[in-house]
Design a protein around this ligand. Sequence first.
Ligand code: ZN
Length: 346
Amino acid sequence: MATKGLMQRLNEDPVICAEGYLFEMERRGYLQAGAFVPEVVVEHPEVVRQLHRDFAHAGSDVMEAFTYYAHREKMRLIGREEELENINRQALRIAREVAEEYGCLLAGNICNTNVYEPDNAASADAVRAIFTEQVQWAVDEGADYIVAETIAFAGEAAIALDVIKQVGMPAVVTLAAHRTGRLRDGLSVAEACKMLEKNGADVVGLNCARGPDTMLPLLEEIASVCTVPLAALPVPYRTTPSEPNFQALTDPCHAHPSDERPFPTHLDPMTCTRMEIADFTKRATEIGAAYLGVCCGAGPHHIRAMAEALGRRPPASRYSADMSKHYALGDDPSFKGHNLEYGQEL
Ligand SMILES: [Zn+2]
């Protein structure tokens, strides 16, 4: 198993944690958009194992167990509640297997429950129960730490953090800032992160919802008030001030029927290039982000670009582009003049 823990690694160097398993599995044809439940874990475990390997190969330091939305509320929604424990343990075991292969950390994962309501004690109890069982399974299966992610209520994030701290694990808490840039219970993301830091979070920050350009200003606000390591895991989409989150994006080239937004399955034209992810990596680390990754929409190529922007050469860098070997655009001395001239016309 990995010898250095999360906090020791963060002390020495940024840590990359690939996310976005849900969207990548959907793209590969193994997961249904809408409910977004990771049934693939029990239906095609070999596909999940391979995606973990792809991300490790591309430079992720962490294997995050694919338990996103494998919680009681979502499993109930699709009529598979009785398989709840099995899907969680399976996801953790697959991630652990690949983490051991590559010397990565294993992160347990909990996320937005969609049953939280501010000032409703019964909903807070339901949320706590959902998190408690998932965190316990992650502890049982040998997680090194727990990520609570994509949470849009400060109150729900506080419950997640409390449950993680009860088992004595390092806690990474990342909030989702949707269109308004504020949490749904009114706090700014900076206020919420400060509260989480005070309550004992080891890493705080943002994941999902926002692309690089509209996440960076919020990261600056958090960095100005928090001292624990800052997490920055945007979606790889070209969000803008007027469309700051990927759910709000419109497609500049194709009109969609008014009732059909590009989110979630027609976002391809707005996807960030590797260069844009490399640029984000540099800007985020300048702000002080140390826990980095890419969320929904990420492919292994984005993770490799992130790793290389940090000066690393993950195994996948063996295949990073070398256009000097291109017959018409390269410069190998053996290349034919007529091809190189034709290169000007390509
Ligand atoms: Zn996401």
